[in-house]
Design a protein around this ligand. Sequence first.
Ligand SMILES: O=C(O)CCCC[C@@H]1SC[C@@H]2NC(=O)N[C@@H]21
Length: 307
Amino acid sequence: MIKRITIISGKKDSPIPKVTPEQLFQAHPLWARDIEHFSPWNSEDAEYRTYSTWLSGARAGRPIAICGSCISSIDVAWRLNALEDLPEWGSVLAVEQNTGRGQVRREWISPPGNIYGTIKWPSLPTGAPGEVRPVWTRILPLVVGYLVCRALKDIGIETQLKWPNDILKDGKKIGGILIEERGSVIMVGIGLNTSSAPQRDKLRPDHAVTATKINTDDMQLGPLETWIQLIDYFKNQFDAIVSTQDPEDFLKTLADQLVWFGEEVRIVDGPKEVSVGRICGLCPDGGLIIEKDGIKHEVYSGSVMPI
Ligand SMILES: O=C(O)CCCC[C@@H]1SC[C@@H]2NC(=O)N[C@@H]21
């Protein structure tokens, strides 16, 4: 993939959708703004590729492939990876997903206007000798959640991280993270409700906090412009974190930034003995520590909900 911003359009029989810059322009007013901002888009076609491209006149620090209405940006990223067309920190940004997926294969409703991005995450530093999975990989959901919150803060949006990787604004969900691993390759999918959020009746009763959107009358984040900012932030900060910090120290700093830290919460579908307790920290492998009746429990599953 060319190290710039490209719109990719599948040729015959390709699982990558066919799309033109004009169609993206029509998809949503914020996409129209982004398409205009990053124009001109120059058409290119290489016979050996199963997709043709439009190359933006503007440059980005990392390669970004924009695709139209696809199954899911994670699937397109896996496809590009199989074609050896997605380098580390390369990403796919979908305008719309027909089968967007969330944690435990729940549906992720994905109309145009929001961010549906997937990044090929770089290989992670290995931990102790003989360690099967590098510790940074095991705690990656928390690291990415932390980076998303910090990157949004940089843009001027205050958010909180709900263990393990939900992004909240004023206690309501504005985004989520889905990590998939195949062999040594890690794809990080990030969904952010910039322009719209699913209604309460589309969410699981009792398991999901209410959803909301980020954009306000005063702040209108465009999907592409924001995605470029996020990727640049992730790369710079992730490199700095893993090269200067110990995973355990990182988790200690992160713990008290979790939403509802120190407060009583409900754990829905978690271990039987802790349906209610106080968040009091994180284990070295990223589990949540919940205190109940003076006993500390390690929680690795379930949804954290306010009382
Ligand atoms: O909170 C969750 O359940 C995780 C949601 C992850 C959604 C993103 S959008 C980009 C990528 N493609 C998908 O189908 N899912 C992830």
